[in-house]
Design a protein around this ligand. Structure first.
Ligand SMILES: Cc1ncc(C[n+]2csc(CCOP(=O)(O)OP(=O)(O)O)c2C)c(N)n1
Ligand code: SF4
Length: 339
């Protein structure tokens, strides 16, 4: 902040666009309301150090922020159920664990159902203060666990389900899921042939499907905006009934991005329009994050080897334009223009 000269009043500048993971941003001390849960010395470190995630793992980062925020919001009365997947495997190689909360490993496909059962058991015990989270990767959520998830939504069970979307089955070697984007190379959508990578026009949008169940709260979030992620988890924990948060988490190993670029890649997904950030209540969009500095999708795609075949000689301009059209449609549909 500029020093005031004689006769001038000191005007505080609002902090707008920076990550606020500590007490300060730039050379300014943040007000208490702007400090993140992670900036708090009393954070729970629910997902503690010593786990085996890859360098730059977006899923580890997202889970740490999400669960610490949920712990703060519930006064540390939280139980987490975890589907099989990277988050479970890197955090809990038997007999060790990095979790410092009551934590259950379910099967790959039934985390939502197990969490519903845990919530029902707490209710039967009269422990309405104890809250429940289910969490898993996109494969465990949008594919194999989808039936259990839809059932949980339909019954409006008192669970927050968090999907960490790294856009493929990473734990078993990067196979395609129904969250894998068009053109992406995975082990099952190889970069060969006339239309290399994942085919266009497939997959499903689970946040929109969750909204169609008209559950109390649905949100998308990104590790590009950790403060916003913490806020959405906090909002969700104050609501009863089914809630769903879908977090975009880059995976350096599966995406072929540099570990130090995880936040950059996540931010470009948001700022290109490929990953819209919004909140919805009872099926209606109630808030969205406008894009402040729009970038073409090529800025995002070029940082990832899974899209390298699009930029050969000659580049696959039509397919890049088709991806740009998806981003343009998102921006129009969710009203993300910052104007
Ligand atoms: C019924 C069943 N099928 C297959 C597997 C093997 N498996 C374990 S984790 C996993 C992939 C998990 O992918 P995802 O849910 O996207 O999470 P990520 O590892 O990407 O975080 C698979 C296929 C399993 N454990 N159970
Ligand atoms: S494979 Fe991806 S999701 Fe799994 S630990 Fe490594 S970076 Fe994280």
């Amino acid at each position: 902040m500029d020093q005031p000269v004689a006769g001038e009043t000191l005007v505080e500048q609002p902090v707008k666009f920076y990550q606020t993971g500590t007490f300060t941003v730039g050379n300014r001390l943040l007000s208490e309301t702007e400090r993140s849960v992670q900036a708090d010395m009393d954070r729970t470190n629910s997902l503690n150090s010593g786990h085996r995630a890859c360098q730059g793992c977006g899923e580890a980062l997202g889970a740490r922020y999400a669960i610490d925020a949920a712990m703060r919001a519930t006064g540390n009365k939280l139980i987490a159920v975890n589907a099989t997947g990277c988050l479970e495997v890197f955090s809990t190689p038997y007999p060790e664990t990095s979790w410092q909360i009551p934590w259950l490993h379910s099967l790959f496909g039934n985390a939502a159902a197990v969490a519903s059962g845990v919530a029902a058991a707490q209710r039967a015990l009269g422990r309405r203060d104890v809250r429940v989270i289910a969490q898993g990767g996109d494969g465990g959520t949008t594919d194999i666990g989808f039936g259990c998830l839809s059932g949980m939504f339909e019954r409006n069970d008192d669970v927050l389900y968090i999907c960490y979307d790294n856009e493929a089955y990473m734990n078993t070697g990067v196979q395609r899921s129904s969250a894998t984007p068009p053109a992406a190379r995975t082990a099952t959508t190889p970069a060969v042939g006339e239309t290399p990578g994942n085919v266009f026009g497939t997959g499903k949008n689970v946040p929109l499907i969750a909204m169609a169940h008209r559950i109390p709260y649905v949100a998308t979030a990104s590790v590009a905006s950790l403060r916003d992620l913490e806020r959405k988890v906090t909002v969700a924990m104050a609501i009863e009934g089914s809630r769903y948060i879908h977090i975009h988490v880059p995976c350096p190993l599966g995406w072929g991005s540099a570990p130090q670029d995880t936040i950059r890649v996540a931010r470009l997904a948001v700022e290109s329009g490929l990953f819209p950030l919004f909140e919805a209540r009872h099926g209606e969009v109630t808030a969205r994050t406008p894009i402040r500095s729009r970038v073409p999708v090529t800025e995002y795609l070029k940082l990832q080897k899974r899209f390298a075949h699009l930029f050969g000689n000659p580049p696959q301009s039509e397919r890049i334009a088709a991806i740009q059209a998806i981003a343009d449609r998102n921006i129009a549909e969710f009203g993300l223009n910052d104007s």
